[in-house]
Design a protein around this ligand. Structure first.
Ligand SMILES: N[C@@H](CCC(=O)N[C@@H](CS)C(=O)NCC(=O)O)C(=O)O
Length: 210
């Protein structure tokens, strides 16, 4: 059985959604935020973060790598377009866009003190990150114009991560509710049975905090 180490409402929730949606056998460990840098947690995530997945083959970190591994091993095409298809290339594009651009912008907005000691510099970084995150949400919002899902005609790995980021966006100005397409998407996702269960298990609402 796989074990997912996560934090409530964090990027690990995207993995949790996919495990639950695929009906896989897994255990969930919600880590204590105050103990992420303690040896016990560093043993499962050397960066003191989430997610980590313990599998029969070993320990895997990095949310996108985990999502892809679960999909390739158990997905049977249920949460991704076929390898080699254009739709899969687009799914990868959105996954990597969110992981490499949107997520760091949110992280900088949330914790500017990790990047600078000076409080004035922190305030400037936070504002720059807010604008950058808004630009990222606008891109997703534009993509969702006239679409139910980021790619194809059903939920994919990219949608699970976009939903988590949409939840984060509720805390930032402008909030996700002001991006009409992205907000409709978030409500659609939250109504999926697997997503509803995950949100209950993690204690997350659509006014969630990471
Ligand atoms: N690139 C990593 C980023 C992991 C990451 O930033 N995780 C956040 C939650 S979304 C975390 O653990 N934050 C707590 C912290 O950094 O103290 C991934 O995608 O897995």
């Amino acid at each position: 059985m796989m074990t997912l180490y996560g934090l409530p409402g964090a990027c690990s929730m995207a993995v949790h959604i996919i495990l639950e949606h695929l009906g896989l056998d897994y255990a969930l460990v919600l880590a204590d935020r105050d103990k992420l840098m303690e040896p016990e947690h560093l043993a499962v995530n050397p960066m003191g973060q989430a997610p980590s997945l313990i599998t029969e083959d070993g320990l895997l970190t990095e949310s996108v790598a985990i999502l892809l591994h679960i999909d390739e091993k158990y997905g049977q095409g249920r949460v991704s377009p076929p390898p080699g298809s254009w739709q899969r290339a687009l799914m990868m594009q959105y996954l990597l866009f969110m992981a490499s651009q949107e997520h760091p912008a949110f992280g900088l907005w949330l914790r500017p003190f990790r990047w600078h000691d000076d409080e004035t510099a922190q305030a400037e970084l936070k504002e720059s990150a807010r604008k950058r995150f808004a630009l990222c949400l606008s891109r997703l919002d534009g993509r969702l114009e006239g679409r139910d899902w980021l790619v194809g005609d059903g939920m994919t790995l990219a949608d699970s991560l976009a939903f988590v980021h949409a939840c984060w966006g509720l805390r930032i100005d402008p909030p996700t509710t002001e991006y009409a397409n992205l907000w409709r998407f978030a409500e659609r996702m939250a109504a999926l049975p697997a997503v509803t269960r995950v949100m209950e298990q993690e204690g997350i609402g659509l006014d969630a905090e990471q």
